[in-house]
Design a binder for this molecule. Structure first.
Ligand code: ATR
Length: 276
């Protein structure tokens, strides 16, 4: 059965803080598409039932956010290779036959944003990634697909950085948490994927003295937009890339697949999404 009004949404628990309805709503309005993108509050125990109801409800697909991304990979009919590599699904499309296709657009979003905000970043220089959680995994996969030759993964819990370095194929090295400042030597890109620097959390404590002045510094935290790390990096002349862009770019493929048109990431969209 085909439904004339295209529907999509984001499943999370909680979901009220998600910026996705605002950003997809902006694109729908801009393109005058008569469709809806809804926040869908789904308890972890209800995820399977909620996902499997999407075809009957006429949904074209959904985004998946915390805490469902890892679980969702086991519930869809088809998993894209990139989602397998990242170990999580963030974008699901309902196919014509009612089956669910899951992919992950976080790595794409990270790299697209980097290319847009720091077009001169050099993939051939070492990268230092702070953190080893789900976001770090997506960032590392994106970097490796883009051609990164050396990734230093530095995490408070060393066993997790070792595991991540082992699991993703590429030249990834686990670095001790106490060596994070020394590991800035020679890097062309420093990325914070940890929750440090987020509003309400302590800042990332790192000495940038050894970081080359032409290195790019990126933070995936976007509340606040200018984290203490980005402020410090900017002060010493490094190019900085905030975390909001990744969120905007990762949304592009889903919108295109559900609503049929490629949306643009513009300053107008950024301004709309960050206004209260
Ligand atoms: P996400 O999916 O967003 O990456 P996550 O998997 O919970 O979230 O990962 C959070 C990351 O922030 C982890 O790398 C975590 O380090 P640990 O693996 O040691 O827990 C890091 N992190 C959170 N709080 C931290 C803190 N106070 N100091 C250092 N790292 C911290």
């Amino acid at each position: 059965m085909t439904f004339s009004v295209p529907l999509a949404g984001v499943m999370g628990w909680p979901v009220e803080h998600s910026l996705s309805p605002k950003l997809h709503g902006f694109w729908l309005g801009q393109m005058a598409i008569k469709g809806y993108y809804l926040p869908l509050m789904v308890q972890p125990t209800e995820l399977a039932r909620a996902l499997w109801s999407l075809p009957a409800l006429g949904f074209r697909g959904v985004n998946i956010t915390v805490p469902h991304k890892e679980h969702a990979i086991h519930l869809v009919d088809e998993v894209a290779p990139i989602a397998h590599k990242i170990g999580a699904v963030n974008t699901i499309t309902v196919k014509k036959d009612g089956s669910l296709h899951g992919t992950n657009t976080d790595a794409f979003g990270f790299i697209e944003n980097l290319n847009a905000c720091a077009p001169g970043w050099e993939v051939g220089r070492p990268v230092l990634v702070i953190g080893a959680g789900g976001a770090a995994r997506a960032v590392c996969v994106g970097l490796l697909e883009a051609g990164a030759t050396e990734i230093r993964i530095c995490n408070r819990t060393r066993s997790k950085s070792e595991r991540l370095a082992r699991e993703i194929e590429g030249n990834c090295i686990a670095v001790d948490w106490t060596d994070r400042s020394a590991a800035c030597e020679d890097v062309g890109l420093l990325v914070n994927t940890s929750s440090l620097g987020m509003r309400g959390a302590e800042p990332l404590s790192i000495d940038l003295a050894r970081l080359p002045k032409d290195a790019v510094v990126s933070d995936i935290v976007y509340v606040p937009l200018e984290t203490p790390l980005l402020v410090a990096a900017k002060l010493r002349g490094n190019t900085v890339v905030d975390g909001l862009g990744m969120l905007l770019y990762q949304a592009q493929p889903g919108f295109r697949s559900w609503f049929g048109k490629k949306p643009e990431v513009t300053s107008g969209l950024r301004a709309h999404v960050i206004t209260e």
